[in-house]
Design a protein around this ligand. Sequence first.
Ligand SMILES: NC(=O)c1ccc[n+]([C@@H]2O[C@H](COP(=O)([O-])OP(=O)(O)OC[C@H]3O[C@@H](n4cnc5c(N)ncnc54)[C@H](O)[C@@H]3O)[C@@H](O)[C@H]2O)c1
Length: 439
Amino acid sequence: MTANPHETALLGKIASHEARLAILGLGYVGLPLATEFALAGFRVCGIDPDAPRVESVNRGDSYIGDVNSAVLAGVVAKQLLRAATDPAAIGDCDAVIICVPTPLRKTKDPDVSFIVDAVGRVRAHARAGQLVVLESTTYPGTCEELVAPMLAESGLEVGADLFLAFSPERVDPGNKRFTTRNIPKVVGGITEASTRVASALYAQIIERVHPVSSTKAAEMVKLLENTFRSVNIGLINELALICDRMGLDVWEVIEAASTKPFGFMPFYPGPGLGGHCLPIDPIYLSWKAKLLDVEASFIDLAAKVNAAMPRHVVEKIAAALNDEAKPVRGAGILVLGVAYKRDVADVRESPALDIIKHLLARGATVAYSDPHVPRLRYDGLDLAAVEPTPERLAAADCVAIVANHSAFDYAAIVRHARLVLDTRNATKGLAGQARVVKL
Ligand SMILES: NC(=O)c1ccc[n+]([C@@H]2O[C@H](COP(=O)([O-])OP(=O)(O)OC[C@H]3O[C@@H](n4cnc5c(N)ncnc54)[C@H](O)[C@@H]3O)[C@@H](O)[C@H]2O)c1
């Protein structure tokens, strides 16, 4: 077999780190990736239509928790990383990585318009010998059915002149142990050559690359991972509701079941799913399955159970207040943690938003504390964070722990508050004057 000259040339540039990279989308996924490649000595251009983000990157000022500003400023100063709103730089690049959002439409169908927009920009500047990688989470078949045909309109042969691969992003914002470098990376190309060049590129910054046979398999890997989490969280949320009705502490049950050394993996209940992945990604899969006439029953059921949790939290608050002969109307509720999970600033799809809205609709007075979210301006809400001082904790009719940030002083919370609704088992083993009601 004669080697493809484009493949040989690109592999050479990757190995010598002379390959120039463009990263489309400088968000939670794109900015850490761009920084990591720049740290490895690649010249990277980040492209994003969001001008304030672009200016911030070029000032070396990070807006993503997992990217340290000093590190960012270092690679910007060395001219290894720069950002632009203009996609023209794509033409000078050897590899283009797309990290744009993949939300849902109002109708709960996949919204791939950001992918279409980004691929359109790549097509306009495409040239032979480039590699295009899609990292955005999407339904299996996106690269084959949508991206490849769009790129082929450039006149280049996709997979031979223009390499195309899918590599799912697995970043876990706020996780200090697993970061871009040590999270293994799955790569699937539209052709074997595409898999080889994309794997070679990621191997420069990632300890372990795991190639799969196709873009579709790689797309499915990501959806399996997130569906696995969503379904298991749905199951444990359902178990929490059953335990609640039986007067059992679900946390005690999970802890005991976790002593089994095989065949069990603990998942924990909570106030509902949030963030940009778990509430959304499985729906991409069930949407595609429906098109193929397969019913994704587990996915839809888990989504339903998980979506009902914020309302369950509000009912628990109402019942706990009722025990003290207090109505929700007029009660002062202090919500602790509005981010969708521990130690992050991301409020997208956060269950706290629904909880606050339900409480407000029922006439409660709601304040919130969150060291990561000084202002909550989202989804029709506009609130400023307050400090969880002993006086505020004592004054609240109920303190609801929704995101268990490590910065909260849980001992002080149970010492000063009168009633605590703990959706995360954050007060485990702590005693104080508060009556603690667990999820
Ligand atoms: N956030 C996570 O933890 C995470 C983890 C794994 C996978 N993902 C997936 O990765 C993708 C990106 O997620 P994110 O959290 O980084 O999103 P984000 O919203 O933080 O960032 C996306 C960026 O893309 C930019 N953008 C929009 N259209 C563009 C275009 N046409 N060209 C260039 N840039 C464009 C936006 O301005 C924004 O800055 C999504 O598919 C998401 O599901 C996210």
